[in-house]
Design a protein around this ligand. Structure first.
Ligand code: IVH
Length: 676
């Protein structure tokens, strides 16, 4: 016989440990230290060892996992676990809500919407508040009894909390592993030389199907409730009437339920929730593949019932798939503007997240080797947001018998020169490799450079190949007739093409020109810093390494790279060309002072008339603006200086009438210098 005192102490320890499990694993808000928890745990273990009569399968000490099983017994669900119908787009969602309205005879249904978690579906059963069974969904009718493994899932209550506990409760939910836990688990597996899991869902499913509960116990599994099976109450007044009440009730009983859930008053509100969650999808702590919307009223759910497969009151709105399997048809080598040979996968075209994907990056030589990618392989490709699709893995089982290991080239596929390994990269050593020229111009017009919308990369490639464009500066002397010689280049496209260049000439700030040069390690941020400190390309080119390094976010490597660039003969020629063609944006400290009161020409209005020696009107205007002044298009009393060049026209006469100050180009340059 054991004393009442000991029995009570054991009960108290069990209740306390379950309380702290709940604080830690469900609420994420522990109130005692790990050490204090361990002390309680050990005390209970000791009591149980001394007094086997205290035995209870739901003791918190049992969460470490019991004896391995020979297999799982089948478990027949008392109520069928249905699957869900899927909506691949919002049209299908609206069609569903119309069927609901028809079925109910009202379109006033509210919806409870929550994330569709990507794990393993499961049912957990409680009698009089005590955990008695857990079973996988199986085919919906019969699943596998995984009670022993589920007992090890730390956020699953083994004893329900609170005063109003149903006599019988069946909770449906998903067993998942969070992204963070998944990364740590794989790290551990890798270190131990064990199998690495492809994704959290596989890891969760594999862990639940472990025959040894101690292995399951070592896996960071979580149960998230989202629905009900049978529920029976002693006091019917407590019965839940809506999905929302049920979810809140489950929380009160100690369960973790699907987070981020929302009550939606209309079909549109569900659509908005779907879009919102879709945008946040990748920042959630666990993987989701859509949203599940359920009619909120349980009465309405009963009225709508089920089809052969799925409830008529719930629908899964799926996000576009981010991964797909396809065949690797070829590996193409691209030569970038710095000469790096980048392997690109040519894929059998496959739809992925709303676009057809037929190319994916393979990063570098090492990546191909590491994955032993071979032409003919079946690969898993992933697209995430805007990024270039990537090849994630190879399905070795699907490899054709004759697939040969890939041999990375050691010569440049464009010019045939020797290619050399340089860290992770393999580079073409030929400075004048035509591929580099083309890629440099493509970079120049791209978003990362001058952002010339309307200047397509295909055209740049053709023009460069034909020698019409030898450098980026040649863009500014392109003539319409040269473009119209090309088949496929109509009058309209040629105009758009030239308009995009003209726009850049007029508006591009110095930092875009700097970024467009494609100097290694100089991206937008660094280019902005440089443009804020140097008046123009020439001034930047004359900067010493020490000067450059004194700037914010310019370290020795970046400084060296800038210096290296401006030392080259090609760079000097290019810079001269920019000046010749009149594309000469300016910046410098005065550009920073722009519009501030202490800028040297602040508030001064200039107008230019006639042609200026040495400088285009746009350049002159930019110089004024860089010093805080503005330029006007028409003569008025607001103008402070009229700069008259050669063949100045009627504006001068008008200015004289208004009594404005008229200056020549030399005086203008003096003004600029005085203002420095
Ligand atoms: S409700 C009667 N809600 O999706 C159907 N299911 O494709 C009740 N799932 O087998 C299901 N997250 O494993 C529901 N928030 C969620 C869910 C969810 C994931 C899974 C569940 C189900 C599958 C159907």
């Amino acid at each position: 016989m054991i004393s009442r005192e000991i029995r009570e102490r054991a009960a108290k320890l069990r209740a306390d440990l379950e309380y702290h499990n709940h604080r830690y694993y469900v609420l994420d808000d522990p109130v005692i230290s790990d050490e204090e928890y361990d002390n309680l745990f050990r005390e209970l273990q000791a009591l149980e060892r001394e007094h086997p009569e205290l035995d209870d399968p739901n003791s918190p000490t049992r969460r470490v996992g019991g004896e391995p099983a020979a297999g799982f017994s089948p478990y027949e669900h008392a109520e069928r676990m249905y699957s869900l119908d899927n909506a691949m787009d919002l049209d299908a969602w609206y069609a569903f809500t119309e069927r609901v309205a028809k079925g109910l005879g009202t379109d006033g249904a509210e919806y409870w919407a929550d994330p569709k978690m990507d794990g393993l579906a499961l049912e957990v059963i409680y009698e009089r508040g005590r955990f008695v069974r857990a079973a996988t969904r199986g085919d919906g009718l019969v699943g596998e009894d995984v009670t022993g493994n589920m007992r090890t899932v730390m956020n699953l209550p083994l004893t329900l909390r609170g005063g109003s506990v149903p006599r019988l409760l069946e909770v449906r939910g998903e067993v998942i592993i969070s992204n963070r836990d998944f990364a740590a688990l794989n790290e551990r597996q890798r270190e131990a030389g064990e199998k690495v899991f492809a994704n959290p869902r596989n890891a969760a499913a594999g862990s639940i199907r472990q025959l040894d509960p101690r292995v399951a116990a070592s896996r960071p599994l979580r149960f998230m409730g989202y629905g009900l099976g049978r529920v029976e109450w002693d006091q019917p007044l407590f019965a839940w009437t809506t999905q929302r009440e049920a979810m809140e009730g489950l929380k009160g009983l100690g369960f973790a339920v699907a987070p981020e859930a929302r009550l939606c008053g209309s079909a549109d509100a569900v659509a908005a929730y779907f879009r919102e969650l879709g945008e946040r999808r990748e920042s959630l702590p666990f993987e989701i593949d859509g949203v599940v919307a359920k009619v909120n009223s349980l009465e309405m759910q009963r009225a709508l019932g089920f089809t052969a497969r799925a409830p008529r009151w719930a629908l899964a709105l799926k996000f576009p798939a981010m991964q797909a399997r396809t065949r690797l048809d070829a590996i193409r080598i691209q030569v970038g503007r710095t000469g790096v040979l980048t392997p690109v996968a040519e894929l059998a075209p496959v739809p992925l997240a709303g676009v057809i994907v037929s190319n994916a990056t393979l990063h570098n030589k090492g990546y191909i080797e590491e994955h032993d990618l071979r032409v003919g392989d079946t690969v898993l490709v992933q697209r995430a947001g805007d990024v270039i699709p990537q090849v994630l893995s190879v399905d070795l089982d699907a490899r054709p018998a004759d697939a040969e290991p890939y041999v990375f080239p050691d010569t440049c596929p464009v010019c045939g020169s020797q290619a050399r390994e340089d860290g992770e990269a393999v580079r073409c050593a030929n400075e004048t490799c035509p591929a580099k020229t083309v890629q440099r111009i493509i970079h120049f017009v791209s978003k990362a450079g001058l952002d010339m919308e309307g200047v397509g990369r295909r055209w740049v490639e053709r023009l460069a190949r034909d020698g019409v464009l030898e450098t980026s500066a040649d863009l500014f002397t392109l003539e319409k007739t040269a473009l119209l010689r090309y088949e496929g280049m109509g009058d309209k496209s040629a105009e758009n093409f030239l308009a995009a260049i003209a726009k850049a000439r007029e508006e591009a700030p110095l930092w875009r020109l700097i970024a467009g040069l494609g100097i290694r390690h100089v991206g937008e941020q660094t280019a902005r810093t440089l443009a804020a400190h140097y008046a123009d390309l020439e001034a930047l080119g004359e900067a010493t390494r020490e000067e450059l390094q004194a700037l914010e976010d310019v370290g020795p490597i970046v400084a060296e790279s800038i210096h290296f660039f401006f030392e080259s003969e090609d760079a000097l020629t290019l810079i001269e060309r920019f000046r010749e063609v009149g594309f000469w944006p300016t910046g410098g400290p005065s550009a920073l002072a722009e519009a501030t009161e202490d800028a040297p020409l602040a508030g001064k209005v200039f107008i230019f008339t006639g042609s200026l020696p040495d400088m285009s009107r746009t350049e002159a205007e930019a110089l004024v603006e860089a010093r805080g002044g503005t330029s006007a298009k028409a003569i008025s009393k607001k103008v402070d200086y009229v700069v008259a060049g050669e063949k100045a026209g009627s504006k001068v006469a008008k200015a004289q009438k208004l009594g404005l100050e008229i200056i020549d180009f030399e005086r203008f340059m003096e003004l600029l210098h005085e203002s420095e």
